[in-house]
Design a protein around this ligand. Structure first.
Ligand code: PEP
Ligand code: MG
Length: 561
């Protein structure tokens, strides 16, 4: 037996024959006998065909794996229209009198090399996307090259690299798992593999003559075993059965309440960035949307979304959640969330600048448009409004006065605004310290631990050098959460956590013991969290062994609450 390490891309275990795929690189003729204008027309026609193929793939993956996975094909379609790419192709066509396929290959190589040289893992992963679209155009132009042939029995595919469109074209019924020599866990191929539950590794240095030999791929453990012995096969089969049982068990929790063994119930809701994510939230058993980050509607927009556009987005989410509450956070722009359409001024310290509620109170027309849209959406189901980055009482009062003004205005116009519950984000130390007063103004708090950590520890959340200084489990942050819950409850105010710490399962018991009413987390964290909650028993003392509350730096904080 031979063991090789790799980078885990997608969990799960696959066992079967290895199929080494050698992509047949077609030799392309370089010099064209046609005029550049004719090659240009060939290239444009191929791009058009590629665009329709990508649209088809988008629809297919959308139906099979959801919007997040399908998005890559929309990105590829847009890359086909990218000016840098088109300019590079045209330049090769015109300066070298080249064929369209040769020009597409050259332009793909140039851009891919530029992405690979960038100092960001994300941008490096985009090199594969450029290669993927160039290959597609070349395939259309030459009519050669295609999907990896998997043969007639299920295999583990080994490839030098695998692009997202190559992956989706593979016959799923014959693909047990795959490994690649090049790639990264941040690539779109990796994202697709995770969504489609295909065990996968990257960074595996395989040999081409391993083709046909039996292998076990452990996507969780980051290992490939070649010619496994009986003992390993048995151990891996047991592990695989365990993982399958686990996935099925989690699905079984979808419609169950998040209640501890001693009867304490908590709501587990989803954080979403747009109305299309509501489906994912429901698939994962969300009891509501605890945080709709409305700024995402502005981030990619050429102009600020108007009232009707926003109403359509909020109404879509509210309808999709079918009676479950949707908490819409008002525009939290500024700092790292810069939307071109807002024309924000450059600031020395943007995290401490004109962001979130401050921006909305300074630009009231912008705020009113959003408030009117939310009030109208509230006529279609239960909606709450959440004001971000509150530091002072007067901010809440001014925002609420505007909200009431918008309500009267809508009523005067004959529209029927719905009722809303009002909440504030607790994400500044100032808001924690005045939580008692704030609780008398609103119906609920939602603790944003990402910003609360940044502002409490004075550590910029964007700066990767500060990782070890920016400890969200710092006792100061945990004490602030405890204090906020206590102050909120004293005045009948519900308390949720919607920042990243809500999904930290080492703290779930502590949060429940503090009395937190709701945890709002990314959809994929909902079911594992629900399972944990349903296994907890809060009777008796919390012991360090049962629920270690540790800071990132290892110190123990038992008993700080
Ligand atoms: C937070 O700060 O914890 C939060 C949920 O808001 P965002 O991450 O969008 O700033
Ligand atoms: Mg925040």
């Amino acid at each position: 037996m031979h063991t090789v390490s790799g980078i885990s891309v997608s969990g799960g275990i696959a066992a079967g024959p290895l199929r080494v795929w050698k992509r047949t690189e077609t030799r392309l003729s370089r010099v064209s006998r046609l005029a550049p204008g004719q090659e240009r027309a060939r290239f444009e026609a191929a791009c058009k065909t590629a665009g329709s193929q990508l649209e088809g793939l988008y629809r297919q993956v959308l139906a099979e794996a959801g919007k997040d996975s399908a998005a890559i094909f929309e990105i590829h379609r847009m890359m086909l229209e990218d000016e840098d790419y088109l300019e590079a192709v045209m330049s090769v066509l015109e300066t070298q009198g080249a064929t369209a396929e040769y020009a597409a290959q050259e332009a793909g190589r140039q851009l891919s090399a530029a992405f690979s040289a960038m100092n960001s893992e994300y941008m490096q992963a985009r090199a594969a996307d450029v290669t993927d679209i160039s290959r597609r155009v070349i395939r259309i132009l030459t009519g050669q090259g295609g999907a990896a042939a998997l043969g007639d029995r299920p295999v583990i595919l080994a490839a030098g690299e695998l692009t997202p469109s190559e992956l989706v074209r593979l016959d799923r019924s014959r693909l047990l798992g795959f490994l690649t020599r090049c790639g990264s866990a941040a690539s779109h191929t990796a994202i697709l593999a995770r969504t489609m539950n295909i065990p996968a590794l990257t960074g595996v240095d395989f040999d081409e003559d391993w083709d046909g030999r039996t292998a076990v791929l452990d996507g969780c453990g980051g290992r490939l075993y070649l010619d496994p012995d009986r003992g390993l096969l048995a151990a891996m089969e047991e592990k695989r059965q365990g993982l399958l049982r686990d996935r099925a068990l989690l699905q079984g929790l979808r419609d169950l309440p998040s209640v501890t063994l001693d009867g304490r119930e908590i709501q587990i809701c989803a954080n979403i960035g747009g109305p299309a994510d509501a489906a994912l939230a429901l698939e994962n058993g969300a009891q509501g949307v605890g945080l709709f980050r409305s700024e995402f509607l502005y981030l990619n927009a050429e102009k600020c979304p108007g009232e009707e556009e926003q109403l359509a987005a909020y109404r879509q989410a509210v309808r999709a959640m079918a009676g479950r509450r949707v908490v819409i956070r008002t525009l939290d722009a500024g700092a790292d969330k810069r939307a071109d359409c807002l024309c924000l001024e450059r600031e020395e310290n943007p995290a401490l600048g004109l962001r979130a509620i401050r921006l909305c109170l300074e630009r009231k027309e912008l705020f009113r448009t959003q408030l009117r849209a939310i009030l109208r959406a509230a006529a279609f189901g239960p909606v709450s409004i959440l004001f971000p980055m509150i530091a002072s009482l007067w901010e809440v009062r001014e925002a609420r006065a505007l909200l009431e003004d918008c309500r009267s205005e809508l009523q005067a116009e004959g529209a029927a605004p719905g009722g809303v519950r009002l909440g504030v984000m607790i994400e500044t130390p100032a808001a924690v310290m005045i939580a008692g007063e704030l609780a008398q103004e609103v119906d609920f708090f939602s603790i944003g631990t990402n910003d609360l950590t940044q502002y409490t520890l004075a550590a910029d959340r964007q700066d990767p050098r500060l990782e070890r200084f920016r400890d969200p489990r710092h006792p100061a942050v945990l004490r602030m959460i405890g204090y906020t819950v206590e102050a909120g409850h004293r005045h009948g105010c519900r308390v949720a956590i919607c920042g990243g710490l809500a999904a930290d399962r080492s703290l779930t018991e502590a949060f429940l013991r503090m009395g937190v009413d709701e945890l709002s987390v990314p959809p994929s964290d909902i079911l594992p969290l629900r399972r944990l909650v349903r296994g907890l028993d809060l009777r008796g003392e919390q012991t360090p062994g049962e629920c270690p509350v540790r800071s990132l730096n290892g110190a123990d904080f038992q008993g700080i609450f």
